[in-house]
Design a binder for this molecule. Structure first.
Ligand SMILES: [Zn+2]
Length: 354
């Protein structure tokens, strides 16, 4: 099917109002999903201990449907790549929304444990993620949902997070961790309803890093964009063990950070609707379910899909501050009406034929 009709077909069946088709949509998907797959590949080959893809983390996309601003589920693709080398992968999600796409992909397996902390109830998107949803068949007890109410603050969130994640790691013994750091759980997010400061949010990243396991970190949601940039900058610093000055240095986007031009943001003053007894009930239910799991399940012998092609040059060697200029980018753009190139080009074959 020609590309335009193919998009129209896909649009009718699988895209809702929150997943519009826009120009270069395919390239957009290719870039963020490729980033997460490559991050996984680097971890598999021990080219790094921590790999970050802030453009990834699109956790709502399903196998054959886009959902909630997510078109391709890069996290699922990255985890599949990690499963070639690791018996058990732990997925942690601190986006304000339930990580439904990732949970659904691995709901029937014990090789991936998914743990999602999210707002639940009041018809909040996507509507799934009840504490009672724990996985099925071989995956029973290997999906964990921590449903929360509006206004959760740093103290209650980080306490609950640390208790649950410490127990999960101790019980499940993952070989690698994938952490989705959606920044819509921050106070003041345009869509979110939690009350986390950047310090509270990044405290979770700091805690996960301390396990010293290979770690794949992605972005995710985040709709007050200057705070998203602040949050992921602070978290990059945390992952690099680098102390960053609170004052944002001069740069071409500095006007977005007015009037304070600082990295840290003050806490909001929302009411925390998560009572102590509610949080304690959730914690007990989650820990109870964790007690049911077999310690660190093993993997039967099975055929492992081949690795991706590994390029000879190392992108890490390139200067990250050097931007690719427009002229170079333009040279790589292909004409829309050219579908073939190289040895298998039909046009050439026709010319060469009898
Ligand atoms: Zn979100």
């Amino acid at each position: 099917m020609p590309p335009k009709e193919r998009i129209a077909y896909f649009y009718d069946d699988n895209l809702g109002e929150d997943c519009p088709v826009f120009e270069n949509l395919f390239e957009f998907c290719q870039m963020y999903a490729g980033g997460t797959i490559d991050a996984a590949r680097r971890l598999n080959h021990q080219l790094c201990d921590i790999a970050i893809n802030w453009s990834g983390g699109l956790h709502h996309a399903k196998k054959s449907a886009a959902s909630g601003f997510c078109y391709i589920n890069d996290l699922v693709l990255g985890i599949l790549e990690l499963l070639k080398y690791h018996a058990r992968v732990l997925y942690i999600d601190i986006d304000v929304h339930h990580g439904d796409g990732v949970e659904e992909a691995f709901y029937f397996t014990d090789r991936v444990m998914t743990v999602s902390f999210h707002k639940f109830g009041d018809m909040f998107f996507p509507g799934t993620g009840d504490v009672k949803d724990i996985g099925e068949r071989e995956g029973k007890y290997y999906a964990i949902n921590v449903p929360l109410k509006d206004g959760i603050d740093d103290a209650s969130f980080t306490r609950l997070f640390k208790t649950i994640i410490a127990k999960v790691v101790e019980t499940y013994l993952p070989g690698v961790i994938v952490l989705q750091c959606g920044a819509d759980s921050l106070a003041g997010d345009r869509l979110g309803c939690f009350n986390l400061s950047i310090e509270g949010h990044s405290e979770c990243v700091k805690f996960v890093k301390k396990f010293n396991l290979p770690l794949l970190v992605t972005g995710g949601g985040g709709y007050t964009k200057e705070n998203v940039a602040r949050c992921w900058t602070v978290e990059t610093g945390v992952l690099l063990d680098a102390d960053l000055p609170n004052e944002i240095p001069e740069n071409e986007y500095i006007k977005y950070f007015a009037p304070d031009y600082t990295l840290k943001i003050p806490n909001g003053n929302m009411e925390n609707l998560n009572s102590k007894s509610y949080l304690s009930t959730i914690k007990v239910q989650v820990l109870e379910s964790l007690r049911c799991i077999q310690h660190a399940p093993g993997v039967q012998m099975q055929e492992v899909p081949p690795d991706f092609y590994i390029p000879e040059f190392d992108e890490d060697e390139q200067n990250p501050d050097e931007r690719v200029d427009q002229h170079t980018t333009d040279k790589q753009i292909q004409r829309d009406d050219e579908y073939f190139e190289g040895d298998n080009d039909n046009d050439h074959n026709m010319e060469d034929g009898p």
